[in-house]
Design a protein around this ligand. Structure first.
Ligand code: GSF
Length: 200
C-alpha cells in the first residue's frame, strides 16, 4: 500500500498511528508530499479529487480517503475490531470522539491556512477567532470525558489533534486550564506509535 501524507498532517498521523498500533507499518510505503488549497499537488489530485492528504492506495489499486475511512479499512485488514469497536456503545463513543477531534483539527488547519497561505491584507480576525472558539469548546468538552479507555480510533484522533495544536499553536497553552486531558495526552504520547510519528 502507498500513503500520500506529510509529517505535519494530523489526519495523516492518525493513519500512521493506526497502522502502527495494528502492526501494519511495514506494509505501507509513505509518499511524503507538500500541498495546500492554493498549491495543489497534481499527482495526488489524480488519486483523490479533493486534493487532500491522507490518501491510501490499496494493494488492489483503489484509492481510499479520508482518514476515518482509511483507518477503518486498516482495522478491517488487521481483523477483530481492534481500533473500531463492533456496533454498540463503545463504537458510538469512539466515532463521536473521532468526529470531535477531527473537527478540532479541521478548525486548526483552517486557521493555519488563513495565517500562512492567505495574503496578510485578506486575513479575517473574526473568522480566525470563530475557528479558535470551536477548538476551545471542543477542548473543554474533552476535559470532562473519561479517556482512560482502550486506545481506539477516538483516542488516536484526540491524541493527533492535540499534537497538531502543540505543533502549530503552542501559544494556545491549552493544558493550563485543562489538566485532565493534559495528563492523558502526556501519558498517551509515550506510546511507541505516537513517538514514532511525532512531527519535528
Ligand atoms: C481532512 C484532511 C485534510 O484536511 C481527513 O482525512 O480526515 N477530512 C479529511 N488534509 C489537509 C492537510 S492537513 O492534514 O493539514 C489537506 O490535504 N489540505 C489540502 C486542501 O486542499 O485542503
Amino acid at each position: 500500500m502507498q500513503l500520500y501524507c506529510n509529517p505535519a498532517s494530523p489526519f495523516a498521523r492518525k493513519v500512521r498511528v493506526s497502522a502502527f498500533e495494528l502492526g501494519l507499518t511495514e506494509r505501507i510505503e509513505l509518499l511524503n508530499i507538500t500541498q495546500s488549497p492554493v498549491n495543489p499537488h497534481r499527482e495526488l489530485r489524480a488519486h483523490n479529487p479533493l486534493g487532500k492528504i491522507p490518501a491510501l492506495i490499496t494493494d488492489a489499486g483503489e484509492t481510499l480517503y479520508d482518514s476515518p475511512v482509511i483507518c477503518e479499512y486498516l482495522d478491517a485488514l488487521a481483523g477483530a475490531n481492534r481500533l473500531f469497536p463492533a456496533p454498540g456503545p463503545a463504537r458510538w463513543t469512539a466515532l463521536r470522539r473521532q468526529a470531535l477531534a477531527d473537527g478540532m483539527a479541521d478548525a486548526a488547519v483552517l486557521v493555519r491556512y488563513e495565517q500562512t497561505a492567505r495574503p496578510a491584507t485578506l486575513q479575517w480576525q473574526d473568522w480566525i477567532e470563530g475557528q479558535f472558539l470551536k477548538i476551545r469548546t471542543a477542548l473543554d468538552a474533552l476535559e470532562k470525558e473519561d479517556l482512560d479507555t482502550p486506545f481506539d480510533i477516538g483516542a488516536i484522533s484526540v491524541a493527533c489533534a492535540l499534537g497538531y495544536l502543540d505543533l502549530r499553536f503552542p501559544a494556545e497553552r491549552w493544558r493550563e486550564t485543562r489538566p485532565r486531558i493534559g495528563a492523558w495526552h502526556a501519558a498517551a504520547s509515550e506510546r511507541p506509535s505516537l513517538t514514532a510519528t511525532r512531527p519535528a
